[in-house]
Write a protein that binds this ligand. Structure first.
Ligand code: B1M
Length: 209
């Protein structure tokens, strides 16, 4: 079994203690950080499908998420790069009612890697908290909202509306598996991206960098 395949299978099995070592071994054997990340994202797809099928339950899903997060920590120095330019601040969070943070953390990492000073509000973030954080940090130019559940799409919409109604001079970007460009347009967001790299590119584009 290739190292990447081992990483993938151990993430699926939720082996948080084994995954970091395997990720390091995969890197040492020449595998690219992006390929290892893609394999782990695929694992979460498998885990999600097993959950939908009733073959696993929330605790197993949680263990797989923890295993992936541990693996991402090892990849972070390879993926994030290093930048000395500051493009301004970016407030990021997962919207109210939603506890999924792996995608949001990847987006935060990519935003940092292109030069944004990221203020990460975590998960289950009420709309007003995004606004307050942007008011508290005057260099904020981007508010980024992640939402993973069909049931939290109204919270994404509300967050966009609350930020827009605040009159702050910031751009709002949205994303997460159920979010589409059409939804982003309907919510009145300034931008949408399907993945973490795309979110960083979109944020730069929106501030003209
Ligand atoms: Co939950 N979960 N989960 N879950 N979970 C999903 C999302 C689900 C698709 C699984 C399934 O049924 N197949 C399903 C949602 C169905 C739906 O609404 N359409 C689901 C469900 C139902 C639930 C619960 C309701 C289960 C329950 O309790 N009965 C519950 C809800 C809890 C809550 O939030 N209130 C729940 C709980 C959990 C755990 C806590 C156990 C755990 C999360 C732990 C954590 O995040 N720390 C969990 C997990 C792990 C998953 C799956 C398996 C994996 C999510 C993930 O991390 N993917 C997920 C199935 C799946 O994704 N296929 C599932 C990897 C990650 C890199 O992808 O987050 O999509 P993603 O991010 C992507 C893009 O979406 C994008 O960039 C990333 C890639 O580069 N992106 C952005 C994300 N944010 C962005 C923001 C942007 C731009 C792009 O701009 C700002």
């Amino acid at each position: 079994m290739s190292k990447i395949a081992e990483v993938k299978s151990m993430v699926e099995a939720g082996k948080a203690k084994l995954v970091p070592g395997l990720v390091q071994e995969a890197l040492d054997s020449g595998d690219k950080a992006q390929d290892i990340l893609d394999a782990m994202i695929e694992s979460m797809g498998v885990v999600g499908d097993k959950f939908s099928a009733g073959d696993i339950f929330v605790p197993e899903m949680l263990m797989a998420a923890k295993a992936m997060s541990k693996g991402v920590e090892v990849l972070k120095p390879q993926l994030a790069g290093d930048t000395s330019t500051s493009l301004g601040g970016c407030v990021i969070g997962t919207v109210a009612g939603d506890l999924h943070d792996i995608g949001k953390n990847l987006v935060a990492m990519m935003l940092e890697s292109v030069g944004f000073d990221v203020i990460d509000l975590g998960v289950d973030v009420p709309a007003e908290k995004f606004v307050q954080a942007a008011k508290d940090n005057p260099n904020v130019k981007i508010v980024a909202c992640s939402g993973l559940l069909t049931t939290t799409m109204p919270a994404v919409k509300e967050t966009v509306a609350t930020v827009k109604a605040s009159g702050l001079d910031v751009k709002v970007i949205v994303g997460g598996a159920p979010v589409t460009q059409a939804m982003a347009d309907e919510f009145g967001a300034d931008g949408y991206a399907p993945d973490a790299g795309g979110a960083a590119t979109k944020a730069k584009e929106l501030i003209g960098a």
